[in-house]
Design a protein around this ligand. Structure first.
Ligand SMILES: [Zn+2]
Length: 449
């Protein structure tokens, strides 16, 4: 097929370029104005901007195991409606968790028929791995997963945090395997005693946040990235909300980081106002952090954005206490368009930086760049078509994800996702989902470097 007349975001070009895109067997086969007809379908994209489909490198789709929160069909449908063409699912919030090869294969068999967009899985390492399968599980998973998730503070007793010595062992192994370690960075020596001390003293977002302040994040980032630096091992900090933590990441030579729209858009004052719909861990931070996070994202100290999509049900989000309300929000459907609107259109991100933070940088970090992340001949035809003249008002009730409670409710964004194409096939177009699952494929990372 040929997509004609779109304004296309090409790698390296400072501005959108009017060019046609030819797609053959799911792959971009030619780029250029006035491509000769290939006898197949043509799509007129006049008036539309065409970007590499977004990569959301941090989601929790809870499948199998917890379909009341989310499942792979609704999660990937929501992603598709938001211009995302590849997601990477976290290992720790499904049953079974992806901690060994057998579990990964069980999970893949269950979720692949439901997937609307392409996907892969992170592996997971918890303290329990040290009693069972460490380091063998890392060896057997490394060819199939782009990285391994760990926690410095964990809310899940089945997936416990690592101590410093365990981080040392895991990072040493990660260096040898050539796969990064992902870190949920909140210091347990701060969070656990602070929670015990403060839980009885109030039931407000501010009291909850005081158990997980900026310092809790900075301490964990500093300590574990120091281990990584010492070993020259690849580490990646997920969902950074604190500018000082980003500054440490920027100083390291083998550590990268991501942030999420919720940390760029909201702060603790919003949390006081919005309450549980904005409850996440780590919580949103002080008002001074947001602008600095944007600066790090624009300059490269923070490498890319991710949604940390993790919806809870209405009941789980409304327990009557901020301490027990579920921590997590459905960010997948809004990740790309929020970054487009508040980043690119607002002038905070250049076009090339926007492309890096929404697709190319995650593809590079997670060994997918031979197929994903750029509009180039030979790569998968994964595309997000944006109508720049339209506006989008976020309405949780209209979401294709199971997560309807979003802190972005009512937010007005520049642009609208016109359509989303996965390997040359429209899966979402003008408000309609065109896939009932099975259009997304398991996407293994490239062999280890
Ligand atoms: Zn997460």
């Amino acid at each position: 097929m040929i997509i004609r007349n779109g304004a296309v975001a090409l790698s390296g070009a400072p501005r959108l370029v009017k060019t046609d895109i030819q797609v053959s067997r799911g792959v971009i086969s030619a780029l250029g104005l006035g491509l000769p007809p290939d006898g197949e379908e043509e799509f007129d994209a006049a008036g539309l901007e065409i970007y590499p489909g977004g990569i959301d490198p941090h989601v929790h789709f809870f499948d199998p195991g917890f379909p009341d929160k989310e499942d792979f069909f609704h999660g990937t449908a929501g992603a598709a409606s938001g211009g995302i063409t590849t997601i990477i699912d976290m290992p720790c919030t499904s049953d079974p968790p992806v901690i060994n090869r057998r579990n990964l294969e069980i999970k893949r068999e269950i979720v692949e028929p439901k997937a609307v967009v392409d996907f892969c899985f992170f592996g997971g390492i918890c303290s329990q791995s040290f009693e069972a399968g460490f380091p063998g599980w890392m060896d057997e998973l490394a060819p199939l997963v782009p990285a391994f998730k760990t926690y410095a503070t964990s809310g899940d007793p089945k997936f416990e945090r690592l101590n410093h010595y365990q981080f040392y062992r895991v990072l040493e192994k990660a260096r040898d395997l050539g796969r990064p370690i992902l870190l949920h960075a909140e210091d347990a020596d701060f969070v656990i005693p602070a929670t015990a001390a403060l839980r009885g003293s109030g039931d407000s977002p501010g009291t909850f946040s005081a158990t997980r302040p900026e310092l809790a994040e900075t301490l964990a980032v500093f300590a574990v990235s120091e281990i990584a630096e010492t070993l020259q091992a690849p580490l990646h900090i997920v969902h950074i909300g604190t500018a000082r933590a980003a500054e440490i990441v920027a100083e390291r030579t083998t550590t990268t980081g991501e942030t999420c729209p919720q940390y760029l858009a909201f702060d603790i004052d919003d949390f006081e106002r919005i309450g549980a719909p904005l409850k996440i861990t780590p919580p949103v931070k002080g008002p001074a952090e947001k602008d600095q996070l944007w600066d790090f994202l624009a300059r490269g100290g923070i490498d890319f954005v991710a949604s940390d999509h993790a919806p809870g049900t209405f009941e789980q989000k409304n327990t009557g206490s901020i301490w027990t309300d579920y921590a997590g929000i459905p960010g997948g459907p809004t990740l790309f368009l929020y970054t487009y609107s508040a980043g690119l259109r607002a002038g905070r991100l250049s076009l090339q930086r926007f492309l890096e933070v929404t697709s190319a940088a995650a593809a590079n970090r997670y060994a997918l760049e031979d197929r994903k992340g750029r509009i180039e001949v030979g790569l998968d035809a994964d595309l997000a078509l944006v109508d720049p003249a339209a506006t989008t008002i976020v309405r949780g009730e209209e979401s294709l994800s199971k997560g309807k409670i979003t802190p972005f409710e009512g937010m007005r964004l520049h642009g609208r996702i016109h359509s989303t194409m996965v390997r040359g096939a429209f899966v979402y177009r003008e408000g309609t989902l065109l896939s009932s699952g099975g259009t997304g494929r398991f996407t293994a990372p490239q062999p280890q470097r």
